[in-house]
Design a protein around this ligand. Structure first.
Ligand code: ADP
Ligand code: MG
Length: 343
């Protein structure tokens, strides 16, 4: 099957800064593909290279099998939604949304119908005559989305499109964006620094760090099988034992990580007796911090001087449960629940 996008050996430097360092990936048609990484890791530069706003120093960009490396942005079947929306302030919603049709010399009832259709999809029916300044952040975001979807691009590039919204609205828009993507069957390349957002929305994620891709995989695999300590620490909460600690505490010759939900606290002798010692790593920790997080406590233990271990302890049925700092606990997790890491 034809691939929506193929980036082949892309490099891009700004002076001495290597913004993209040998970037390679393939995106399938209809896929929701996220570029996830901290600020400055090269995500926006990567989108600009795909859109054609920046030329790579070397490498190739192909869109649906066509090499577009030397083709200008407006001739690529790609639209971009920018973080700041870039709406025309003097135009109303209708004019903003219909802009690209107008440029294509479309007019009359067929254009009106298209605009009505897309306004309904993004839930903005009735807002036609408002100017961007008369809209909320979420509504402006929808206008930007409608404008970029109206000419049915094959690929939509979105650069932190929900970054300016507050948490509740962002979560609502995440669901709506995902629905729109399903409905239109468009390939989405979605830039975010928010790991939760990437995990919940994507088919696959490319984790960026310092202009390089550390790992490309499904959300479940990125979470449960991080390839190295950067990915493990960037995605979710995790505890990392370096090679020295792993060897000293567990006689294991490799660094590893373990997720907080996989760890059990053995508070009594009976708890300790109940587990099969062959299947578990068992150690002692001193409680350094205990935070209430609604459904669970986030407990941080100090282990063997320099190691910190995070544990989520479910509060089912006992919402008022508390622990004293400095208390000592025996802690354990299944040997099969660790991920060994290349440091
Ligand atoms: P992200 O979107 O992941 O935050 P960017 O792609 O914007 O990262 O930036 C990657 C690196 O390239 C950063 O170090 C940034 O400062 C640098 N950079 C990006 N654009 C330019 C530019 N036009 N001129 C110089 N440096 C740039
Ligand atoms: Mg950016």
């Amino acid at each position: 099957m034809l691939k929506a996008l193929n980036l082949n050996n892309i490099n891009k430097s700004y002076g001495l800064i290597k913004a993209l360092d040998d970037i390679d990936f393939i995106v399938n048609d209809g896929e929701f593909f996220s570029l996830l990484g901290p600020s400055g890791s090269g995500k926006t530069t990567c989108l600009k290279v795909i859109a054609g706003f920046e030329a790579p120093d070397n490498g190739n960009v192909s869109i649906f099998g066509e090499d577009v490396t030397n083709i200008p942005p407006f001739k690529r079947h790609v639209n971009t939604v920018f973080q700041d929306y870039a709406l025309f302030p003097h135009m109303n919603v209708r004019q903003n949304v219909g802009y690209s049709l107008k440029v294509q010399k479309m007019n009359g009832p067929s254009m009106d119908r298209k605009i009505d259709e897309i306004l309904e999809i993004v839930n903005l029916t009735g807002y036609d005559l408002r100017k961007p300044s008369e809209l909320s952040g979420g509504q402006r975001q929808r206008v930007a989305l409608a404008r970029s979807l109206i000419n049915k691009p094959k690929i939509l590039l979105l650069d932190e499109p929900l970054g300016a919204l507050d948490l509740k609205l962002r979560e609502k828009m995440q669901v709506e964006l995902k629905n729109i993507q399903r409905q239109f069957k468009i390939t989405f390349i979605y830039v975010t620094h928010d790991q939760q957002e990437a995990l919940s929305m994507s088919d696959r994620i490319a984790v960026f760090n310092n202009g390089k891709i550390e790992q490309i995989d499904t959300p479940a695999n990125i979470y449960s099988k991080p390839i190295n300590s950067f990915v493990a620490e960037f995605i979710g909460t995790t505890s990392i034992f370096n090679k020295d600690s792993a060897l000293k505490l567990f006689n294991l010759n490799k660094a590893f990580s373990v997720r907080p939900e996989n760890i059990v606290i053995l508070e009594t002798e009976k708890d300790l007796a109940a587990i099969d010692k062959k299947q578990y790593f068992i150690t002692n920790g001193t409680l350094a911090d205990c935070q209430f997080q609604g459904s669970h406590l986030k407990m941080t233990y100090a282990i063997d001087n320099d190691c910190k271990l995070s544990v989520f302890k479910s509060l089912e049925g006992n919402i008022n449960q508390k622990y004293d700092i400095d208390i000592k606990h025996t802690i354990a997790w299944k040997k099969t629940d660790i991920t060994t890491l290349n440091e």
